[in-house]
Structure formats: structure tokens, C-alpha cells
Design a protein around this ligand. Sequence first.
Ligand code: A3P
Length: 261
Amino acid sequence: RSPGTSGLPVASGSGRRRFPQALIVGVKKGGTRALLEFLRLHPDVRALGSEPHFFDRSLMPRTLDGQITMEKTPSYFVTREAPRRIHGMSPATKLIVVVRNPVTRAISDYAQMLSKTPGLPSFGTLAFRRGLGPVDTAWSAVRIGLYAQHLDNWLRYFPLSRFLFVSGERLVSDPAGELGHVQDFLGLKRVVTDKHFYFNATKGFPCLKKAQGSGRPRCLGKSKGRPHPHVPEAMVQRLRAFYRPFNRKFYQMTGQDFGWD
Ligand code: A3P
């Protein structure tokens, strides 16, 4: 082991470190962990498990020729500076965005906040100004779901052809189907297929028949597929109406209808 530029020890071995050729840039609570874990089954994908450190080369896994280095950092999609910086590093980077119904995504985000901060005000208090006033677009849980706006910012640097949009809903209902598109997009052989998955009724989600390494069945952790707090139907409807025009614009921009409305 030798010290890396970060001062952290890095494993030495064959292969070289390089900036990721593909990034899962978003969105938070879209299913980004599931996608990365499923892709890691592919022998030609090297990825860091934790959320890295794009600017720290020494932490990237070593890859052999023909292998793809990947990472996921869901905050990139909503970070103003991210597209310029990533383009500056490597304009050929392939960008994957897992998107999910923005209303469900917001509630999922809130469930995560609540798990970290139990005394948080109710979802409705945070999502609507003055309780039942207009939707509060300054609240991150709401803002992240304005996919068309965020994508606009990225399209100033990257053409649409550099993106793959993965349906978070289909990643649950048909993981092998979505993984097929992702492998095609990355120029990989379709190695990850329906043979790798089974539906775990207790978890309520697809799980892996054989986890990487252990060879035993494995589901994602407790923080993935969490129960959501109850949100009154009227609030859900108001949020759906709020997002509808943004969703339509997003479908138009991507040429894909995600079926959220
Ligand atoms: P919920 O916890 O709201 O159900 P991320 O990894 O981007 O934070 O996304 C978390 C979401 O991934 C979960 O949100 C869950 O719905 C979704 N997901 C998709 N496939 C999954 C799987 N196979 N197991 C668990 N969660 C999965």
C-alpha cells in the first residue's frame, strides 16, 4: 500500500485509475443505489460502493482496458456547477439519471429526513408555504423533482445523446429490463439479466440471487424501500398538479413518457 494524493492509503495492483467514464448523477431517492449495485454484477464495471470523490483520482478503483469506471453521486443532477465541472474533466462522460415520480420522490426524501431528524415538522408544513399556501419550491424535497429545470442546466454542456434516463418505477417492476437498456447505453454485453433477480415478498422489492463476493441472496439495506409517512390525499393531488407541467416538459425534452400523470 502506498499513500495516495489524498494522504489515504490506496491499494496497489494492476490496471490504472481514471476518471469515471459513466456517472449516475441522480436523482436522490430515485433508486440510484439499486442501479449501481445491480451494475456492479457486471464483470466489466468497476465502481466504488460509497459515494465518492470525483475529484480524487486516487480513490477511483483501478480498471483494466475494456472495463468501465463508475460512481454515483445523486446530488450532481441538482448542483448548478456540476455539469460544467464534469464537462471540464471529461466531455465524453456518459450520464445516467434515475428518475421517479417527483411526488413519491419528495415523500421518500422526507421519510429519509424524518429518520435522521425525528422531530421534523409535517410534510405538508414543509411542502406548502404558510401551511396550505403555494408549493414551496425552495424546499429541497420539492426542488429536486423539477427535473426539466435541472436538465436544462446540463444541456448547456452535454448533448441529450450523452444521457440515459432510467425509470425508477421500472427499476422496481422490471429490473432486468432497465438493466438491459443501461448495459446497451454503456456499450456492455448484456450480462446482467433476469436470472440475477428474484422478488423478495418480505422486502417488497427485487433482490439479488447472488450478491457479489458472498454468493448469497442479498437485498438492499433497510434505508432502501422504507415505509413512507402518510400524506393527506389532497396534498398529494396538489403536488401532482404542481409537477404536471414540469413533467410534461421533461417528457418532451427526453422524448420519454414516464407515466407519472
Ligand atoms: P424508498 O425507500 O422511498 O422506497 P436511492 O438509492 O437513490 O436513495 O433510492 C432509494 C429508493 O430506491 C427506494 O426508495 C426504493 O423505492 C428504490 N428501489 C429501487 N429498487 C430497489 C430495490 N431493489 N430494493 C430496494 N429499494 C429499491
